[in-house]
Write a protein that binds this ligand. Structure first.
Ligand SMILES: [Zn+2]
Ligand SMILES: [Zn+2]
Length: 248
């Protein structure tokens, strides 16, 4: 398993951090977790082909997490010479599915030659030979975290989420925890975590590698985020940056 950070940022435009998106590669398959604006460009920068994406897992229907879903489908439908055969799986909360269906109806031709399968996140879904788990998070009315498990490792994406004991249980023993670390400790915002809260989550859950991501451009250095987090969590901590590759 390999995870590539395509976007470690937020809804705020930034030349350093694109909007949220991550690529999971496992065996022959490639999946996106979230698809914020710039995801398709970031995929190109990371040396991947958008046509190879097998599925997209959306954490919630905030625009920084879903904006490039339409361009992805549009490209698969309209790019000259593209004849996609394999289905595209979209796992997303109800609002995001509705958004996608309305956009598809009004903005994009219905795909020919391939099927788009839509699924609402459930506690447990089999995706090819892998397991995808989800849990409701404290953020918006439809926000979820995902846990992806393959034979070569496991990873949790909190999506946008505040700290909760349920998230600790959900992340228990995972190899890689990619956590919402929107603001430093002194700027705590409801519905998001601080470096210290990410550290507590990782420590209680006993994760191997903690990756701080979804970082707002508020002029705080990576060193400060790292210091605040490592005061609690003594394991491996990475500050996400765009195009970073992480293996279990
Ligand atoms: Zn967000
Ligand atoms: Zn959000």
């Amino acid at each position: 398993m390999k995870v590539t950070v395509l976007g470690s940022g937020t809804c705020v435009p930034s030349l350093k951090r694109a909007s949220p998106s991550y690529l999971i590669e496992t065996g022959r398959h490639k999946y996106l977790v979230d698809c914020g604006s710039g995801t398709l460009i970031q995929l190109l920068r990371a040396g991947h082909d958008y046509r190879d994406i097998d599925g997209v897992f959306i954490t919630h229907a905030h625009s920084d997490h879903i904006s490039d879903l339409m361009p992805l489908i549009h490209a698969l439908v309209a790019a000259p010479g593209v004849r996609r055969k394999k289905p595209l799986l979209i796992v997303a909360p109800h609002k995001a599915i509705t958004f996608y269906q309305e956009c598809l109806l009004f903005l994009i031709r219905k795909p020919k030659g391939f099927v788009i399968e839509t699924l609402i996140p459930k506690e447990k879904i089999m995706v090819e030979e892998n397991m995808l788990y989800s849990i409701k998070t404290i953020h918006s009315d439809d926000s979820v975290a995902y846990r992806f498990e393959s034979s070569s490792g496991s990873v949790v994406f909190t999506g946008d989420a505040d700290y909760s004991d349920a998230l600790v249980d959900f992340s228990r023993g995972v190899d890689i925890l990619i956590a919402d670390c929107s603001f430093p400790d002194e700027m705590k915002a409801q519905g998001h975590m601080t470096p210290r809260e990410c550290g507590i989550l990782a420590k209680k859950a006993g994760v191997r590698t903690l990756v701080l991501s979804h970082i707002y451009p508020v002029g705080v250095s990576d060193d400060i985020l790292l210091r605040q987090c490592s005061s609690v969590f003594k394991g491996m901590i990475l500050i996400a940056h765009d195009l970073m590759e992480i293996t279990p």
